[in-house]
Write a protein that binds this ligand. Structure first.
Ligand code: OTU
Length: 653
């Protein structure tokens, strides 16, 4: 039996398409392509939109507007991109071991968009296939949360250039084989976005795009169940704004993150349609991937935590349909840094196909501090499965803080008290334990729960910064080995590796962030230093320390690119290294690789399952037990494969 939506869908589609076509300047070939794709996805779109807005008297009109917005974008899509869309294997890169991402703030990397092309040789030397430009858009005054308080998607932050410079930069990178990842901040706009300005003036339609309240009665009811995202901020998730026209001389505005970031109200279809237009504009700028910021927060409902609600997923599924219909070669990336099970739920073939993996990230740091990989291993075996066609983005740190994102249940099963364990990790990484090598900073300490997160560059957190300061070369080399052990784990275990640019040259924390008014109150700026191009040049000829780090990261990514086994499923744990290490195998078609890593500063015992060639260490290995040096890693491929492997040349076998 078919339900009424399935039954009505072709009729509704026919009517919608006819009316939209009448209003648009239709280009015939494009239109038929658009219509073909829409045919395939319309019943899903209808069902999802009806689920969210079907109760409204004007539902049919909004559905039509949504299709119209997609049709307009499809007609405007540049030719270069429609060619890319037509390529059937456009998404093969998701599992290609050559896929490597890097991320940077344009101002801190090359200063301007125009100068981005000067960075191409460095990106290519690392094998970078995709570059995430942290939001380069016009932003609220006072730094605008590094671009995450967007004032206008169609304008670029003036010091970086103009929107055409962004278009040109994307094209230039693309020509060199580097796809661009652009942010879409769907949860909120800046408080100086044109919609916010109209809301301030008292325009009812624009006030209805946000969550605004005359008094505290409704906010108080919601606030009971909300988590504080930035607890060092005064008050709760609501901000009193006397500059918003209201009967009581202002309004309370929902601001999950900072005061200048006004949450949008997706229960209003006007928001969905208006924001979809901006999303498709970015797709047509040439982005290969669009990063959906703060996905868990998109939908609010009283009595819930207002995170991870089913409707938030449905909104994302609608975005996914629109992008697929207009720009099928564009992938969506989900940024959900929540409980591991919730993180996985955001990564689906019909939603975002790529997702940040905060579990691998945080449990690698856990293993380095505790010399114990049990939490890493249990998290990996319990909560990492993704549907086919989806992919993790693995990383050691991003532009944000590090939160200890393991599941409490997993820690408890190992006999750990999750709160105490997080407290230990925070102490360790902020350097307040005597045995700690780390130089991190406590980020957003919560006075109620004592909970906090950690800021710091890779070098600062992994002990390279303190070692360099001590000028003890043995400590420096040990810190480089530690970073490489973490990198080998991250790069081989699953997903697409992501590098925060500057980490590969061992950049340390930028302490002066505390002296700039725009950054002083947010110590994440400590780990967003200006990229040091002079240092990069110096390191090219330095054999040890950070110079070795740079050349080894390049080599590691090259080895990765040469291993067909990495195109397959994520690593299957083998438990072949004792508790300070991790072992896993990966297979794809006839390819196979076994990885053993000692993540501790003590020797460990590992067991190689099958003899072969360690393409990382550059030597043949026997099967069986072996002593592993502190932070040693082995990447073992069968001998036949090593013979034909490009990595041989690189490792000089
Ligand atoms: C994101 O991060 C961005 O990555 C941050 O740079 C922004 O400040 C923020 O959104 C607001 O736009 O809380 O500590 O589950 O954890 O969206 C970082 C997702 C954050 C949130 C995440 C957020």
């Amino acid at each position: 039996m078919t339900d009424w939506i399935t039954r009505e869908s072709p009729v509704a589609l026919g009517a919608v398409v006819e009316r939209v076509a009448e209003r648009l300047d239709v280009k015939k070939k494009r239109w038929s392509r658009f219509q073909r794709r829409l045919d395939e996805r319309f019943s899903d779109l209808f069902r999802l939109a009806h689920g969210l807005y079907g109760w409204r008297y004007d539902f049919a009109w909004w559905l039509e507007r949504l299709v119209e917005v997609a049709a307009e974008a499809a007609m405007d899509r540049p030719r270069r991109m429609t060619d890319r869309d037509a390529n059937k294997d456009a998404d093969a890169w998701l599992t290609d071991p050559h896929t490597v991402w890097a991320m940077a703030y344009v101002d801190r990397f090359t200063g301007t968009l125009e100068r981005l092309s000067t960075a191409i040789p460095h990106l290519q030397s690392l094998g970078v296939s995709h570059l995430h430009l942290l939001p380069p858009y016009a932003r609220a005054a006072g730094g605008g949360d590094g671009g995450y308080a967007v004032s206008d998607y169609r304008k670029v932050h003036p010091p970086l250039g103009k929107i055409d410079d962004l278009r040109v930069a994307v094209e230039a990178l693309d020509r060199e084989g580097i796809g661009v990842v652009l942010d879409f901040v769907a949860n909120h706009t800046a408080d100086d976005h044109p919609w916010a300005h109209a809301a301030k003036r008292g325009d009812a339609r624009h006030q209805a795009r946000y969550l605004m309240f005359d008094d505290r009665s409704i906010p108080d009811r919601y606030a009971r169940n909300l988590r504080s995202i930035f607890p060092e901020r005064e008050g709760d998730a609501f901000t009193w704004r006397s500059d918003v026209h209201g009967p009581n001389g202002g309004k309370w505005v929902w601001t999950t993150f900072f005061e200048s970031q006004w949450d949008l109200d997706y229960s209003n279809p006007d928001v969905l349609v208006a924001i979809a237009r901006e999303l498709l504009f970015l797709a047509n700028l040439g982005a290969s991937v669009i990063r959906m910021d703060a996905t868990p927060f998109l939908w609010k409902q009283e009595g819930t935590s207002c995170e991870n609600l089913p409707e938030a997923h449905q909104v994302l599924q609608i975005f996914d349909i629109l992008v697929e219909v207009v720009a099928p070669s564009v992938e969506l990336l989900s940024e959900a840094i929540v409980h591991p099970d919730d993180v996985s739920r955001f990564v689906r073939p019909d939603e975002c196909r790529i997702g940040y993996n905060p579990v691998i990230m945080s449990t690698i740091w856990d293993a380095l501090a505790t010399r114990d990989t049990r939490l890493l291993r249990s998290s990996l075996s319990n909560r990492q499965r993704l549907p086919d066609g989806c992919q993790w983005l693995t990383y050691l740190r991003s532009h944000d803080d590090i939160g200890w994102g393991f599941a409490d249940e997993d820690a408890e099963a190992l006999g750990l008290d999750p709160m105490l364990h997080r407290a230990f990790l925070n102490d360790f990484y902020s350097g307040s334990r005597p045995e700690s090598w780390a130089r991190g900073l406590r980020f957003q300490e919560n006075p109620l729960t004592g909970d906090t997160r950690i800021s710091g560059t890779l070098a600062a957190l992994a002990g390279l910064e303190s070692a360099l300061e001590s000028a003890d070369s043995a400590l420096v080399e040990q810190a480089v080995d530690r970073i490489l052990a973490a990198y080998v784990t991250m790069v081989f275990i699953s997903g697409i590796p992501l590098i925060y640019l500057g980490d590969e040259i061992g950049q340390i924390n930028y302490e002066s962030y505390a002296h700039h008014p725009d950054t002083a109150s947010d110590n994440r700026w400590a780990h967003r230093p200006q990229f040091d191009w002079g240092r990069l040049e110096r390191l090219e000829t330095e054999p040890g320390g950070p110079g070795r780090l740079l050349s080894e990261i390049r080599r590691l990514l090259a080895v990765r690119g040469s291993l067909g086994a990495l195109a397959g499923k994520p690593g299957a744990l083998t438990d072949q290294v004792d508790s300070g290490g991790v072992g896993f195998t990966r297979r794809h078609q006839e390819h196979r690789v076994e990885v053993l890593v000692n993540l501790s500063d003590r020797p460990a015992t590992g067991k190689v399952g099958r003899a072969g060639v360690d393409v990382w260490g550059g030597r043949p290995v026997e099967a069986g037990l072996r002593e592993m040096a502190p932070y040693e890693a082995l990447v073992v491929v069968p001998e036949e494969e090593a013979d034909s492997d490009a990595s041989n040349r690189r490792v000089g076998l």
